[in-house]
Ligand binder design. Sequence first.
Ligand code: ASP
Length: 303
Amino acid sequence: MTLTASWSGGGGGWSILVHGGAGHGAHQKGPETETGCRLAAQAAAELLGRGGSALDAVELAVKLLEDDPNYNAGTGASLTVEGRLELDASIMDGRTLALGAVCALSAFKNPVLVARKVLESGRHVLYAGAGADRFAREHGSFPVEENSMITDGARQRLAGYLVDLKSATEGAGTVGAIARDASGSVAAATSTGGLVGKQPGRVGDSPIAGAGTYADDTAGAVSSTGHGEGILRVALASSVIFALRAGSTPEQAASSALTMMQRRVASTGGLIVVDRAGRLAWARTTPSMAWAAVCDGATHSGG
Ligand code: ASP
Protein backbone atom coordinates (compact mmCIF):
# COMPACT_ATOMS: atom_id res chain seq x y z
CA MET A 1 0.00 0.00 0.00
CA THR A 2 1.19 3.52 -0.75
CA LEU A 3 0.75 6.23 1.86
CA THR A 4 0.69 9.78 0.55
CA ALA A 5 -0.04 13.35 1.55
CA SER A 6 0.01 16.63 -0.34
CA TRP A 7 -0.36 20.39 0.11
CA SER A 8 -1.38 23.05 -2.30
CA GLY A 9 1.76 25.13 -1.71
CA GLY A 10 0.48 26.95 -4.78
CA GLY A 11 -0.44 30.58 -5.03
CA GLY A 12 2.73 31.21 -7.02
CA GLY A 13 4.82 31.16 -3.86
CA TRP A 14 7.82 29.15 -2.81
CA SER A 15 7.70 25.73 -1.16
CA ILE A 16 10.19 23.23 0.25
CA LEU A 17 9.90 19.55 1.25
CA VAL A 18 12.68 17.39 2.69
CA HIS A 19 12.90 13.69 3.55
CA GLY A 20 15.06 11.74 5.97
CA GLY A 21 14.91 8.38 4.21
CA ALA A 22 12.40 5.60 3.70
CA GLY A 23 12.83 2.77 6.19
CA HIS A 24 11.51 -0.49 7.51
CA GLY A 25 11.58 0.50 11.14
CA ALA A 26 14.38 -1.72 12.40
CA HIS A 27 16.94 1.09 12.49
CA GLN A 28 14.66 4.09 12.66
CA LYS A 29 15.60 6.70 15.22
CA GLY A 30 12.23 8.09 16.18
CA PRO A 31 11.26 11.70 16.73
CA GLU A 32 14.73 13.20 16.23
CA THR A 33 14.69 12.35 12.53
CA GLU A 34 11.45 14.31 12.13
CA THR A 35 12.92 17.20 14.14
CA GLY A 36 16.04 17.30 11.96
CA CYS A 37 13.85 17.44 8.85
CA ARG A 38 11.86 20.33 10.34
CA LEU A 39 15.01 22.31 11.13
CA ALA A 40 16.44 21.72 7.66
CA ALA A 41 13.15 22.64 5.94
CA GLN A 42 12.78 25.79 8.04
CA ALA A 43 16.35 26.95 7.32
CA ALA A 44 15.76 26.42 3.61
CA ALA A 45 12.38 28.19 3.89
CA GLU A 46 14.06 31.22 5.40
CA LEU A 47 16.41 31.33 2.43
CA LEU A 48 13.49 31.01 -0.01
CA GLY A 49 11.55 33.69 1.87
CA ARG A 50 14.45 36.10 1.32
CA GLY A 51 14.21 35.48 -2.43
CA GLY A 52 16.82 32.71 -2.55
CA SER A 53 16.85 30.14 -5.34
CA ALA A 54 15.43 26.64 -5.16
CA LEU A 55 18.92 25.35 -5.97
CA ASP A 56 20.48 27.08 -2.95
CA ALA A 57 17.57 25.97 -0.75
CA VAL A 58 17.91 22.24 -1.54
CA GLU A 59 21.69 22.44 -1.16
CA LEU A 60 21.33 24.05 2.28
CA ALA A 61 18.67 21.58 3.48
CA VAL A 62 20.72 18.55 2.41
CA LYS A 63 23.93 19.98 3.89
CA LEU A 64 22.20 20.43 7.27
CA LEU A 65 20.90 16.85 7.16
CA GLU A 66 24.38 15.57 6.20
CA ASP A 67 25.75 17.31 9.30
CA ASP A 68 23.11 15.70 11.52
CA PRO A 69 24.45 12.29 12.68
CA ASN A 70 20.94 10.82 12.80
CA TYR A 71 20.85 10.31 9.04
CA ASN A 72 22.53 8.03 6.55
CA ALA A 73 24.32 10.87 4.76
CA GLY A 74 27.52 12.76 5.51
CA THR A 75 28.29 12.25 9.21
CA GLY A 76 26.49 9.07 10.32
CA ALA A 77 26.35 7.56 6.83
CA SER A 78 26.02 3.81 6.50
CA LEU A 79 29.14 1.72 5.96
CA THR A 80 30.28 -0.71 3.31
CA VAL A 81 30.74 -4.35 4.24
CA GLU A 82 34.37 -3.43 4.95
CA GLY A 83 33.35 -0.66 7.37
CA ARG A 84 34.27 2.22 5.07
CA LEU A 85 32.40 5.32 3.87
CA GLU A 86 31.48 5.56 0.18
CA LEU A 87 29.20 8.55 -0.23
CA ASP A 88 26.78 9.36 -3.07
CA ALA A 89 25.09 12.72 -3.73
CA SER A 90 23.49 14.71 -6.51
CA ILE A 91 21.91 18.10 -7.12
CA MET A 92 19.92 19.34 -10.11
CA ASP A 93 18.74 22.76 -11.27
CA GLY A 94 15.34 22.75 -13.01
CA ARG A 95 16.05 26.03 -14.81
CA THR A 96 18.82 24.71 -17.02
CA LEU A 97 18.88 20.95 -16.27
CA ALA A 98 22.38 21.57 -14.88
CA LEU A 99 23.38 18.55 -12.83
CA GLY A 100 26.21 17.63 -10.50
CA ALA A 101 26.82 14.31 -8.78
CA VAL A 102 29.46 12.28 -6.99
CA CYS A 103 29.50 8.61 -6.11
CA ALA A 104 31.74 6.42 -3.92
CA LEU A 105 33.26 9.63 -2.54
CA SER A 106 35.43 9.06 0.54
CA ALA A 107 35.20 10.94 3.86
CA PHE A 108 34.26 14.42 2.71
CA LYS A 109 31.95 16.05 5.22
CA ASN A 110 29.41 17.39 2.75
CA PRO A 111 29.07 15.39 -0.48
CA VAL A 112 26.23 17.67 -1.65
CA LEU A 113 28.62 20.64 -1.67
CA VAL A 114 31.00 18.67 -3.89
CA ALA A 115 28.05 17.75 -6.15
CA ARG A 116 27.17 21.46 -6.37
CA LYS A 117 30.75 22.21 -7.44
CA VAL A 118 30.41 19.56 -10.16
CA LEU A 119 27.19 21.28 -11.30
CA GLU A 120 28.90 24.69 -11.37
CA SER A 121 31.96 23.37 -13.20
CA GLY A 122 29.69 22.34 -16.08
CA ARG A 123 32.10 20.02 -17.90
CA HIS A 124 30.99 16.63 -16.54
CA VAL A 125 27.96 15.67 -14.48
CA LEU A 126 29.15 12.68 -12.41
CA TYR A 127 32.50 11.86 -10.79
CA ALA A 128 33.24 8.52 -9.10
CA GLY A 129 35.62 7.25 -6.43
CA ALA A 130 39.21 8.49 -6.61
CA GLY A 131 38.28 10.90 -9.40
CA ALA A 132 35.50 12.38 -7.26
CA ASP A 133 37.93 12.80 -4.33
CA ARG A 134 40.41 14.51 -6.62
CA PHE A 135 37.74 16.80 -8.09
CA ALA A 136 36.62 17.75 -4.56
CA ARG A 137 40.18 18.64 -3.47
CA GLU A 138 40.77 20.66 -6.61
CA HIS A 139 37.61 22.63 -5.85
CA GLY A 140 38.35 23.49 -2.24
CA SER A 141 36.87 20.56 -0.24
CA PHE A 142 39.20 18.43 1.84
CA PRO A 143 38.68 14.97 3.29
CA VAL A 144 38.38 14.55 7.04
CA GLU A 145 39.53 11.68 9.21
CA GLU A 146 37.11 8.89 8.28
CA ASN A 147 36.42 7.93 11.91
CA SER A 148 35.21 11.45 12.65
CA MET A 149 32.24 10.80 10.33
CA ILE A 150 31.50 7.23 11.48
CA THR A 151 28.95 7.11 14.31
CA ASP A 152 28.23 4.34 16.80
CA GLY A 153 24.84 3.99 15.13
CA ALA A 154 26.47 3.31 11.76
CA ARG A 155 28.80 0.73 13.35
CA GLN A 156 25.81 -0.96 15.01
CA ARG A 157 23.84 -1.06 11.75
CA LEU A 158 26.78 -2.75 10.03
CA ALA A 159 27.22 -5.20 12.91
CA GLY A 160 23.51 -6.07 12.67
CA TYR A 161 23.82 -6.59 8.93
CA LEU A 162 26.85 -8.85 9.34
CA VAL A 163 24.91 -11.05 11.76
CA ASP A 164 21.82 -11.70 9.64
CA LEU A 165 22.61 -10.16 6.23
CA LYS A 166 19.02 -8.99 6.15
CA SER A 167 19.29 -5.31 6.90
CA ALA A 168 20.63 -4.31 3.49
CA THR A 169 17.37 -2.67 2.53
CA GLU A 170 16.73 -1.26 5.98
CA GLY A 171 19.39 1.42 5.98
CA ALA A 172 16.97 4.32 6.21
CA GLY A 173 18.16 7.85 6.65
CA THR A 174 19.10 8.87 3.12
CA VAL A 175 18.29 12.56 2.84
CA GLY A 176 16.76 14.64 0.08
CA ALA A 177 15.11 17.96 -0.65
CA ILE A 178 12.98 19.46 -3.39
CA ALA A 179 11.92 23.10 -3.69
CA ARG A 180 10.21 25.67 -5.85
CA ASP A 181 11.32 29.26 -5.47
CA ALA A 182 9.33 32.49 -5.80
CA SER A 183 10.42 32.87 -9.42
CA GLY A 184 8.89 29.47 -10.25
CA SER A 185 12.09 27.44 -10.62
CA VAL A 186 12.54 24.00 -9.06
CA ALA A 187 15.54 22.01 -7.82
CA ALA A 188 16.29 18.68 -6.16
CA ALA A 189 19.15 17.17 -4.16
CA THR A 190 19.79 13.77 -2.55
CA SER A 191 22.64 12.42 -0.40
CA THR A 192 23.35 8.99 1.11
CA GLY A 193 25.85 6.49 2.42
CA GLY A 194 23.85 3.85 0.53
CA LEU A 195 22.71 0.47 1.79
CA VAL A 196 24.21 -0.90 5.00
CA GLY A 197 26.89 -3.49 4.24
CA LYS A 198 27.02 -2.67 0.53
CA GLN A 199 29.89 -4.04 -1.50
CA PRO A 200 32.76 -1.63 -2.16
CA GLY A 201 32.08 0.20 -5.42
CA ARG A 202 28.31 -0.33 -5.26
CA VAL A 203 26.48 2.80 -6.40
CA GLY A 204 22.78 3.29 -5.74
CA ASP A 205 20.12 5.56 -7.19
CA SER A 206 20.86 8.73 -5.22
CA PRO A 207 23.56 10.18 -7.51
CA ILE A 208 21.80 9.10 -10.71
CA ALA A 209 19.55 11.60 -12.50
CA GLY A 210 16.15 10.14 -13.30
CA ALA A 211 16.46 7.55 -10.51
CA GLY A 212 17.27 9.27 -7.21
CA THR A 213 16.98 12.89 -8.28
CA TYR A 214 15.45 14.99 -11.05
CA ALA A 215 14.41 18.61 -11.58
CA ASP A 216 12.94 20.32 -14.62
CA ASP A 217 11.06 23.62 -14.51
CA THR A 218 8.67 22.32 -17.19
CA ALA A 219 7.48 19.52 -14.87
CA GLY A 220 8.73 19.56 -11.26
CA ALA A 221 11.38 18.06 -8.99
CA VAL A 222 11.79 14.70 -7.25
CA SER A 223 14.07 13.07 -4.65
CA SER A 224 13.78 9.31 -4.07
CA THR A 225 14.81 6.98 -1.25
CA GLY A 226 14.60 3.25 -0.63
CA HIS A 227 15.98 0.18 -2.37
CA GLY A 228 18.45 1.72 -4.81
CA GLU A 229 18.69 -1.26 -7.13
CA GLY A 230 14.90 -1.22 -7.61
CA ILE A 231 14.79 2.56 -7.98
CA LEU A 232 17.46 2.36 -10.71
CA ARG A 233 15.65 -0.44 -12.55
CA VAL A 234 12.43 1.55 -12.87
CA ALA A 235 14.03 5.02 -13.21
CA LEU A 236 11.75 6.13 -10.38
CA ALA A 237 12.25 9.91 -10.52
CA SER A 238 11.74 9.89 -14.30
CA SER A 239 8.45 8.04 -13.88
CA VAL A 240 7.21 10.78 -11.59
CA ILE A 241 8.34 13.52 -13.98
CA PHE A 242 6.61 11.83 -16.95
CA ALA A 243 3.39 11.52 -14.93
CA LEU A 244 3.53 15.22 -13.99
CA ARG A 245 4.03 16.13 -17.66
CA ALA A 246 0.99 14.00 -18.50
CA GLY A 247 -1.14 16.00 -16.06
CA SER A 248 -1.05 13.93 -12.85
CA THR A 249 -1.09 15.73 -9.53
CA PRO A 250 2.11 15.37 -7.47
CA GLU A 251 0.32 12.95 -5.15
CA GLN A 252 -0.95 10.76 -7.99
CA ALA A 253 2.45 10.81 -9.72
CA ALA A 254 4.29 9.83 -6.53
CA SER A 255 1.87 7.10 -5.59
CA SER A 256 1.64 5.50 -9.04
CA ALA A 257 5.44 5.47 -9.50
CA LEU A 258 5.97 3.70 -6.16
CA THR A 259 3.16 1.23 -6.86
CA MET A 260 4.67 0.47 -10.26
CA MET A 261 8.10 -0.13 -8.62
CA GLN A 262 6.60 -2.52 -6.11
CA ARG A 263 4.76 -4.45 -8.82
CA ARG A 264 7.56 -4.56 -11.39
CA VAL A 265 10.62 -5.20 -9.22
CA ALA A 266 9.21 -5.88 -5.73
CA SER A 267 11.13 -2.94 -4.23
CA THR A 268 9.88 -0.43 -1.69
CA GLY A 269 10.81 3.18 -1.06
CA GLY A 270 9.58 6.70 -0.75
CA LEU A 271 9.79 9.98 -2.59
CA ILE A 272 9.05 13.67 -2.38
CA VAL A 273 7.82 15.77 -5.28
CA VAL A 274 6.99 19.36 -6.17
CA ASP A 275 5.30 20.31 -9.42
CA ARG A 276 5.84 23.48 -11.44
CA ALA A 277 2.96 25.18 -9.59
CA GLY A 278 4.63 24.52 -6.24
CA ARG A 279 2.27 21.77 -5.10
CA LEU A 280 4.07 19.33 -2.78
CA ALA A 281 3.53 15.64 -2.08
CA TRP A 282 5.30 12.73 -0.44
CA ALA A 283 4.58 9.02 -0.73
CA ARG A 284 6.07 5.82 0.65
CA THR A 285 5.61 2.06 0.40
CA THR A 286 7.88 1.52 3.44
CA PRO A 287 6.59 1.62 7.03
CA SER A 288 8.25 4.97 7.69
CA MET A 289 9.87 8.05 6.12
CA ALA A 290 10.64 11.22 8.08
CA TRP A 291 9.73 14.38 6.19
CA ALA A 292 9.02 18.09 6.72
CA ALA A 293 7.54 20.74 4.46
CA VAL A 294 7.14 24.50 4.55
CA CYS A 295 4.64 26.14 2.23
CA ASP A 296 2.19 29.02 2.44
CA GLY A 297 3.82 30.06 5.74
CA ALA A 298 3.14 26.79 7.56
CA THR A 299 5.44 23.93 8.57
CA HIS A 300 4.18 20.34 8.33
CA SER A 301 6.11 17.23 9.33
CA GLY A 302 5.75 13.55 10.03
CA GLY A 303 7.41 10.16 9.93
N1 ASP B 1 18.39 4.73 -2.04
C1 ASP B 1 19.58 4.59 -1.22
C2 ASP B 1 20.53 3.64 -1.91
O1 ASP B 1 20.08 2.61 -2.37
C3 ASP B 1 19.31 4.08 0.16
C4 ASP B 1 18.14 4.71 0.89
O2 ASP B 1 17.44 5.54 0.34
O3 ASP B 1 17.93 4.32 2.06
O4 ASP B 1 21.70 3.89 -1.92
